[in-house]
Design a protein around this ligand. Structure first.
Ligand code: GUN
Length: 288
């Protein structure tokens, strides 16, 4: 039987409605959630993402503050902006769009963000909290994936989950979140021997490698749940990391590209901004 579609667009719309209501409640208490988005350079894909983030904020009543810096900005100038935002009471979340130009050290920049304003959950302190099973802002794409699985009633505990890709934005944190939900997790990467043998064991397969149609039907266990995080721009349009046509005939559930994980990433950015504005993470971190 053909796979059922995990409709990220639909679920993201539900999340946005819930965030909008939460923002209204917070505004009644005199707090307007604020997100600062910092873009360095003119990467066309990054420019699109940043514009989408600003639009999404406006639609739910979150104030967004955008900073566009030239591609040759010095690291000190960028760090000065981040430090200023750390002390700006109107800003509850700070997002520096990645990747950064070559001459800038992403770790130095991310580490300069106040961990209590780290809306991406990329600060090493928050990564540490998360991998210790403690509360921390959860990176948006992984958080969106877990939300999508939950929304469709897909059991995670006890399942064998395989993550293909070990990036700091998706692969590593999604592995942590699946582990925190009691999945048995394996992470594959470019040096993994016989990836197909590993992916074929997956009940839940998450793919984030940035290689068009990398996962083919023969690499998927019948009835597996397949989450495609890839967004590859080809002449024929946007294509995921999963061969949709083939895998659609094997999997039980599958995310489309576009309209799968992508919309949830932005929806979860709104959720994280709202949560940071509520100070929930701050309180939880202090309890630890
Ligand atoms: N570039 C691609 N995805 C992301 C993301 O989730 N956050 C940031 N900051 N940059 C990205």
């Amino acid at each position: 039987m053909a796979a059922a579609i995990l409709d990220g667009k639909l679920v993201a719309a539900e999340v946005r409605e819930a965030v909008k209501a939460g923002v209204e409640r917070l505004k009644e208490k005199g707090v307007v959630p604020g997100l600062a988005v910092v873009l360095v350079g003119h990467d066309p894909a990054s420019q699109i993402y940043v514009r989408q983030k600003e639009k999404a904020c406006a639609a739910v009543g979150i104030a967004s503050f955008s900073y566009s810096l030239p591609a040759d900005v010095s690291e000190e100038e960028l760090l000065t902006l981040v430090r200023r935002l750390n002390f700006d009471p109107k800003v509850h979340g700070i997002l520096v769009q990645l990747p950064l130009p070559e001459h800038l050290d992403p770790l130095r920049v991310i580490t300069a963000i106040d961990p209590t304003k780290d809306v991406d959950g990329f600060h090493p302190l928050n990564i540490g909290y998360l991998s210790s099973g403690l509360e921390a802002p959860e990176p948006c794409t992984p958080k969106g994936i877990i939300h999508l699985l939950d929304r469709y009633g897909i059991e995670i505990a006890g399942k064998r989950a395989v993550v293909v890709g070990r990036s700091g934005i998706v692969g590593r944190p999604v592995a942590q979140l699946l582990l925190a939900r009691d999945a048995t997790v394996t992470v594959c990467h470019s040096k993994t021997v016989d990836i197909a043998a590993v992916t074929r064991m997956a009940d839940i397969l998450v793919v984030a490698v940035g290689r068009p149609r990398f996962i083919t039907a023969d690499m998927v266990k019948p009835e597996a749940v397949v989450v495609d995080v890839g967004i590859n721009r080809l002449p024929e349009g946007l294509v995921g990391d999963v061969d949709y046509e083939g895998v659609h005939e094997v999997a039980s559930y599958l995310t489309p590209v576009p309209g799968g994980v992508g919309p949830l990433t932005i929806a979860m950015l709104l959720v994280n901004t709202l949560e940071l504005a509520r100070g929930a993470q701050v309180k939880d971190a202090q309890k630890c």
